[in-house]
Design a protein around this ligand. Structure first.
Ligand SMILES: [Zn+2]
Length: 301
């Protein structure tokens, strides 16, 4: 039907199924999969290609990921132990007809702790499913805001927004301007949303670009909204900041360069990162479900 319904000839693929890898002594047949790896299949994104891209992104962010080969609807990832005592493989094949992703893992060199690969796969699954939910949230949001006077959702994410200092001053409150355009920092526990637990999307207060999802927000105890991952890698940019005699990594909006906060390496798994953001630098849009409650309440007046 489409090009992707025919799996590519490649490592570990035969016909429509994952097959034994030719160079994997521990992986001589599909029956050789350790029962510990037998986990239920993953759901699909909107297209095969998108599914593979999102799995690849989840895989590449894990420690020990050394090479990722993607081929239309197939992905092969390799994980090495620091001393090369083992090489683990994880493979994914999109099966459009069944509407699932086939998954297989094996240890190619030496014998890894199979529990490690099992946890690794669970981690890939959880990162991939979080990304799927973030997309669903964005779609909810775009439905919920259609026809309202909010910023259009069809904004071009890749068009850089540039304004003069005067224009920013006119558009923003004094505090928003100070933080986003002058690299300011709000005082802890004083800004909006540091303790917000509602489902939704956090967007740039200057240009409206969606930046973070409630899916990756967590309670850091710092008094600033904290996340372990941006909504998309392309939403933000980072830069080394050496002000105040400290070496920190500054985070800004990729589209309009608004200063948002800093990223530190003491965050929770799976990324180990803590995106410590200023609440005033972002606008929070509740997900459709929460939003409905709000508008119903307003209708009564
Ligand atoms: Zn922006």
């Amino acid at each position: 039907m489409n090009a992707t319904s025919t799996p590519p000839d490649g490592v570990g693929v035969a016909g429509k199924h994952l097959a034994p890898c030719p160079d994997s002594p521990n992986c001589v047949s599909t029956e050789a999969i350790d029962p510990g790896h037998a986990i239920e299949p993953l759901p699909l994104a909107d297209t095969d290609q998108r599914t593979i891209e999102m799995i690849a992104s989840a895989v590449s962010s894990l420690p020990g990921s050394r090479s990722v080969l993607t081929k239309e609807n197939y992905l092969h990832a390799e994980f090495r132990s620091p001393w090369l005592r083992f090489v683990d493989d994880v493979e994914f094949l999109v099966d459009s007809e069944e509407g699932v992703v086939q998954l297989r893992s094996a240890s190619r060199v030496g014998r890894s702790d199979l529990g490690v690969n099992r946890r690794r796969i669970e981690e890939i699954r959880s990162r991939y499913e979080a990304a799927l939910r973030a997309i669903a949230l964005r779609q909810d949001k775009s439905v919920a805001t259609t026809g309202e006077n909010s910023m259009p959702d069809e904004i071009d994410e890749f068009e850089i927004v540039e304004k003069t200092d005067e224009q920013w001053r006119a558009q923003l409150t004094a505090e928003q301007y100070h933080v986003t355009r002058k690299h300011g920092t709000e005082r802890a526990f004083t800004g909006p949303n540091w303790d917000n637990k509602a489902a939704g999307i956090y967007s740039c207060v200057c240009c409206g670009l969606p930046l973070f999802s409630s899916e990756t927000k967590y309670e850091s105890g710092t008094g600033w909204p904290s996340f372990w991952d941006p909504l998309k890698e392309t939403s933000i940019e980072t830069k080394t900041d050496v002000s105040f005699f400290m070496r920190r990594t500054e985070v800004h909006c990729r589209r309009c360069k608004a200063h948002l906060g800093h990223v530190f390496e003491d965050g929770p798994e799976p990324t180990g990162l803590r995106y410590c953001m200023n609440g005033v630098a972002m606008r929070f849009d509740p997900a459709a479900k929460d939003k409905k409650v709000t508008s119903d309440a307003q209708d009564e007046h």
